[in-house]
Design a protein around this ligand. Sequence first.
Ligand code: 23J
Ligand code: MN
Length: 263
Amino acid sequence: MSASSTLQNLGEMLLSGKIEVVDLSGPLGPSTPILQLPPEFAKNTPKIEIHKISEYDDDGPFFAWNWLVLGEHSGTHFDAPHHWITGKDFEDGFTDSICPQNFAAPVNVIDCSSQVAECPDFLLTADAVRDWESRHGEIAEGEWVVMRSDWYKRSHDEALFLNTDADGPHSPGPDAGCIEYVLSKGAIGWGNECIGTDAGCAGGMTPPFPAHNLLHGANRYGLASLAHLDRLPAKGAILVAAPLKIVRGTGSPVRALALVARG
Ligand code: 23J
Ligand code: MN
């Protein structure tokens, strides 16, 4: 089938609802959980602020609008290669220089929700990804790989979402071998439902923060604080996630969307 007739069919399927647009983003506001780095790092992303300019009042009789305090790495967000030192030299590694063809791609959804319900520190390994491929099919070049954990169900409560105790944060993610394997398949990026692309304990791994280190060192992308991955099939959906075109930005909140066939 030609590209133009496929696209025409897609338009019809979207209008009829046979292809559903699923919202993979969480709400962006003052209650959105924000990463808190350990005390040795003095500076952090501030909590989101939404300030009213006017709402049909003396400051603007016909119009409502707001201004924001918003870190690049807030809420459901995209990590660009320049975010990490391993990706610092990619000229196409900023939010305004990434080729937009990379903002829409098929997505592989690896369901780890039952393991994470048993253990919040669950780590996905390369062997577990290979086992998933043997059941669902191979990860192909250019595709997203995302880890479903149902962790987004905690995102209404920052303490529950960050899940930090005296030993540090406890949240699921990939180990280094998992990211190495996914990159060896040519994936365009890796997504997680937690505050970052890495697990809570990733600072103690080799290398530290392997998702950040390895993905961005390969000029690939991350997605953090994804929601509603439980609404996606293991294979077959299309993920659309485009960062704001922040000049030399290292990341951006995104309205991540999935196109999913229904019926
Ligand atoms: C900076 C330092 C460590 C981490 C992060 C940012 C993120 O998770 C992020 O939002 O990219 S782990
Ligand atoms: Mn980030």
